[in-house]
Design a protein around this ligand. Structure first.
Ligand SMILES: Nc1ncnc2c1ncn2[C@@H]1O[C@H](COP(=O)(O)OP(=O)(O)OP(=O)(O)O)[C@@H](O)[C@H]1O
Ligand SMILES: [Mg+2]
Length: 407
């Protein structure tokens, strides 16, 4: 069980720790030859260090054992799944327990004694090794992502925070802009966001420079956050009468990036579950949209509305906007429904959907209550590994090639 000791250890990590990364316990890492041949990477190894440090976690129940049960019968995905209807949020399924990593090298797991638990342990070990041995490329310009889906509770904030933490851990310089009055991303990144805190509200409504409201997150790596406070709840209405109401975040961000000696590699903007002026500001400020889709019954409803809105923004306000990434979240392999939804989304968006799927995981949902990403909270958990893998995919896919789109 993650505890204060681990949290303290994690927060004390510095660059020296990161450069002293070791391979995953018991697993022989291949030499990181890519690091030498890839100029646009920073010295890292933090992922390996964090993952190998995570193996002291006592074991828990295995999700794999549960996953081997007969699949739950599920209704088919509705034909109207891509209609314009806005649907309510699907009920949350009971969260499956998961296994924390145990330092068993993949090569020593006997095939004779193979149980679901042993298979899962071996699988985790392989994944940790793959992550630790391959450094991630850095983009040659700042990639600004808007994480958006007007459906509530699909994993926007969870995805924002964990991808940001994963990329920061790999050596990237990352900023999260919390554009949701709920302030969930600020909470999860452990930054102050009481009502009297300087926040994104002061930037959008009060014309404060973005640099004045940025706070460093206690997460490992170079990770900062522009917090959201409750004042942002009134911003939708206040924005209506302001000049250039759709461009306010973009202008502040562009100015800040230009003034930085070493600009961010990634900026993630966490949107509220609506398509109002705050979300429009996020679309105008970004060059990529990442849509998290929950592997649930209503997952695709409302998606066509979202895509239409993005098209309108692209046409009239931000020609470089591009839906580059779709991430399937809260996947429960025990249900046929989750598989059907995942397949449906892949059929519709073969280019955009990441190969990595984020599983439903207790650790992922617990982490924010400790003011941490799941990568800081329980680095070797399946949720953490999945977000690290999703981040690696995003980093390797690189920025979209758009003429004249350099910031
Ligand atoms: N992979 C996961 N496994 C288990 N729980 C998850 C997972 N991803 C997200 N959750 C939980 O689901 C809930 C909704 O997630 P999150 O807040 O990220 O969604 P959201 O789209 O940002 O919501 P909102 O629309 O309200 O901003 C949270 O309680 C979160 O902890
Ligand atoms: Mg949210």
């Amino acid at each position: 069980m993650p505890n204060e000791t681990r949290r303290g250890w994690f927060h004390r990590k510095d660059d020296d720790d990161r450069s002293a990364a070791t391979p995953v316990d018991g697993v022989q890492s291949e030499p990181a030859s890519e690091a030498d041949s890839t100029p646009n990477t920073r010295p890292d190894g933090a992922v390996g260090a964090i993952l190998s440090a995570s193996v002291d976690v006592p074991g828990e129940d295995s999700a794999a054992e549960i996953a081997s049960d007969a699949p739950v019968e599920a209704p088919p995905v509705p034909e109207t799944a891509l209609s314009d209807d806005h649907a309510g949020q699907a009920d949350a399924d009971p969260i499956a327990p998961e296994t924390s990593p145990v330092p068993v090298p993949a090569s020593t797991v006997s095939t004779e004694a193979e149980t679901p638990l042993a298979r899962e342990v071996a699988d985790h070990a392989r994944r940790r090794q793959a992550l630790a041995s391959a450094p991630l490329p850095l983009p040659d310009r700042t990639r600004v992502f808007t994480i958006s889906n007007q459906k509530g509770g699909v994993g926007k904030t969870t995805t924002t925070v964990n991808l940001a933490a994963a990329l920061a851990l790999s050596g990237a310089k990352v900023l999260v802009i919390d554009l949701d009055p709920q302030g969930n991303a600020s909470t999860a990144l452990g930054v102050e966001h009481r009502s009297d805190t300087a926040s994104v509200y002061d930037v959008i409504i009060g014309d404060s420079p973005l640099g004045d409201v940025i706070q460093a997150s206690p997460e490992a790596g170079d990770l900062s956050c522009v917090p959201a406070t409750i004042h942002l709840a009134g911003a939708e209405i206040e924005l209506v009468s302001l000049v250039a109401r759709e461009q306010r975040l973009r202008r502040a961000l562009d100015l800040h990036l230009k003034q930085m000696e070493e600009p961010y590699d990634y900026v993630f903007i966490d949107c509220p579950p609506s398509l109002g002026l705050l979300t429009i500001n996020a679309f105008v400020a970004a060059n990529e949209v990442l849509i998290p889709i929950q592997c649930e019954y209503y997952a695709l409803e409302g998606l066509s509305q979202l895509l239409k809105n993005i098209e309108l923004i692209e046409k009239h306000l931000n020609p470089e906007l591009n839906v580059s990434t779709i991430l399937l979240t809260m996947y429960d392999s025990r249900t046929n429904l989750a598989n059907q939804v995942a397949q449906d989304v892949r059929d519709h968006f073969p280019q955009q959907v990441l190969a990595t799927i984020i599983p439903r995981s207790v650790r992922v949902s617990e982490a924010p209550s400790y003011g941490q990403s799941v990568i800081g909270y329980d680095p070797g958990s399946s949720g953490s590994l999945s977000y690290l893998e999703a981040a690696a995919e995003i980093a390797r896919r690189g920025a979209p090639i758009i003429e004249g789109a350099r910031r």
